[in-house]
Ligand binder design. Structure first.
Ligand code: SF4
Length: 284
């Protein structure tokens, strides 16, 4: 019987897995079962989309670090990928001019929750010490996720909560107040329509209680009976364990996936087609 290791580090992904399906959490994190079913059909489309999303994130990261736009744009041209070209053009033509001046791309923060660490890996945190603190997350999904869904995602809960709990060193040594925080989702195919989610003390208190209860709940579960299969079988169509759970062999399609699959969160170790080696000599 596998139980939660004392040093287990929670993330928005593992908590979302638990909320979506207790069995998926058990299989993925406690039993560490590798079950290589394709999550979305056709597999090549899915892989290509994940690869493109990773390439876009890396481009934006390099840009945030100060690499000249011209060099990055040349790499995009060389990749000859219409989706990536469109996202990059949208990114350049719709700059977020209102972001606070101190930029922390790809920063990782963690905060304690009921004896465990809760880790948040941000695409970007932009801070004006004593002023606003904006979390930016780039999304390359084909559809724009609606506000209600974004508010319900563990990513929103965890990212805002952890920034308040652990972001003092980004804020001149002062703890970040919840009212300073905004979570902003920017959609590469909908650049005119980012989603801005402010924060406040009441929400922080509710998030703290929710996250603590969630971690306590997981810690109290031991065997298979404590990790039942989800009753919402639609989730299984996009889950790698569906044949193991006898929940069908046919994967859902990219069109059907909608908000059921967070492609940016897909844990695939795929190389990308951009030639980042050519910028390896530049140090930051
Ligand atoms: S296939 Fe369905 S029941 Fe099984 S782990 Fe995945 S979501 Fe849960």
């Amino acid at each position: 019987m596998a139980t939660l290791p004392d040093d287990f580090r929670f993330s928005q992904g593992s908590l979302q897995d638990f909320v979506d399906c207790h069995r998926r959490f058990q299989l993925r994190y406690l039993l560490e079962v590798a079950w290589p079913a394709v999550e979305v059909e056709p597999a090549l489309d899915f892989e290509r989309h994940v690869r493109q999303g990773a390439a876009f994130h890396r481009l934006v990261h390099q840009h945030m670090l100060g690499l000249p736009v011209e060099r990055l744009s040349r790499m995009v041209d060389d990749a000859a990928d219409p989706d990536l070209s469109r996202w990059w053009r949208n990114y350049l033509e719709h700059p977020m001019d209102d972001l606070p001046p101190r930029r922390y791309p790809e920063v990782t923060l963690s905060a304690p929750v009921r004896g465990h660490r809760l880790v948040a890996k941000y695409d970007l945190v932009a801070v004006e010490p004593g002023g606003r603190a904006v979390i930016v997350d780039w999304k390359t999904a084909q559809r724009r996720t609606d506000r209600r869904t974004l508010l319900s995602r563990l990513q929103t809960t965890v990212y805002r909560y952890v920034l308040v709990q652990a972001g003092a060193h980004l804020n001149g040594g002062e703890a970040i107040a919840p009212e300073q925080v905004e979570m902003r989702y920017w959609f590469a195919d909908f650049p005119h329509d980012p989603e801005r989610l402010p924060y406040n003390a009441g929400r922080l208190e509710a998030d703290a209680a929710y996250l603590q209860a969630l971690v306590e709940d997981i810690k109290g579960r031991k065997g298979d009976a404590d990790f039942p299969l989800t009753e919402d079988e639609r989730r299984c169509r996009f889950c790698q364990y569906r044949s193991l759970c006898e929940r069908g062999v046919t994967a859902g399609t990219m069109d059907e996936a909608g908000d059921a699959v967070d492609l940016e969160a897909a844990d695939l170790d795929l190389d990308i087609d951009l030639d980042f080696d050519q910028i390896a000599e530049i140090e930051f």
